[in-house]
Design a protein around this ligand. Sequence first.
Ligand code: PEP
Length: 261
Amino acid sequence: MSKKIYLYGNWKMNMTRPETEGFFKAFAAELAAPELSAAVGKTLEVAVFPPFTSVVTAKNSADSLNKAIAPIVGAQNVYFEQSGAFTGEVSIPMLKDAGASHVILGHSERRVIFGESDELIAKKVKAALSADLIPVFCYGETLQEREGDKTSDVVKRQISALGGLSSEELKKIIYAYEPVWAIGTGKSATSAEAQEVCALSKKLIEGLGAAGPVVVLYGGSVKPDNAKEILSMDAIDGALVGGASLKADSFLKIYKSYAGI
Ligand code: PEP
């Protein structure tokens, strides 16, 4: 139980500024527990990804906490161009100015609802890395693809879209395997299914030439009651959590249930 756990919360299109402040208040109260505060920054890395409008509030709230327990603040999307006529988009310099250090890219909701292609996502990943914004690169198969025995092919295709990156760039990315059928459905992958694809992912990323071991998270209906089994798998370094990350107590309970505290 000594491995480092990455606990990343994707708030999706939730959390106004007052709700964000409320989250951080509750987060600080939870972190008053010594077993938990002792873990943060050592065996636990916490990050939250608010909607754009709450990134500054989240960063200010994080900065007002003791540095040792403050979570990382990221965003949920970014465009690859620096500035200009791209109505509705937000640039990397803007995100950095708002205080984000990480950005989720390739989430299945962006791929499926907004039609983002592997090529576009790869451009965004490259642009983020060039500006020292850490991408949390999401990928995973649909239910139809899993049932058609296409999981490995799909994951291979999605990961190989990153083939133009350098070894160091590949190493900096946080990878998140998120089977589409498990996101927001309450139906998590079994720990064995998640382990199998996360292990395959590590092989594929290594095959692209990553400079050393990479971090691979699992995402899809992770909750306090299934966290221990999933996070105990050796190819899984942490969880990208949607629904259960909106409240500080259920979010942190995911780590607590893994660590037995
Ligand atoms: C997600 O949106 O990345 C996610 C994993 O959602 P949920 O935990 O709600 O399935």
